[in-house]
Design a protein around this ligand. Sequence first.
Ligand code: CU
Length: 116
Amino acid sequence: MKQLTLAIALLASIGLAQAASHEHMMDNNMSGHDMPSHDTQDMHATMHQGTGVVKAMKHSKVQIAHDPIPSLSWPSMTMWFAVKDMPHDIKAGDKVHFEMMQGDKKKWVIEKIEKQ
Ligand SMILES: [Cu+2]
């Protein structure tokens, strides 16, 4: 029963998130994904997978036009991420696969990124 409730909540939030996707666009702010606070604890420790296209890079940050991320109910959007270890072969225009988790101050940090 709990599973079913979760599934319904997830579907509902995907619909809402997609409706709001353009309000969600951001350039430099990496904390744009405001999650309900009761979810935050779980997500701190959880790794999430994503794919997308690199738009820009600056120091240890990367801007990715990412595809929807179902595990977070995120729609596709363009946003900046901090990157722990930036591989040297990644450049703007690359299709990438990445794994991220939420670090200090709710910032999303890419732990692993590789060309697809
Ligand atoms: Cu995003």
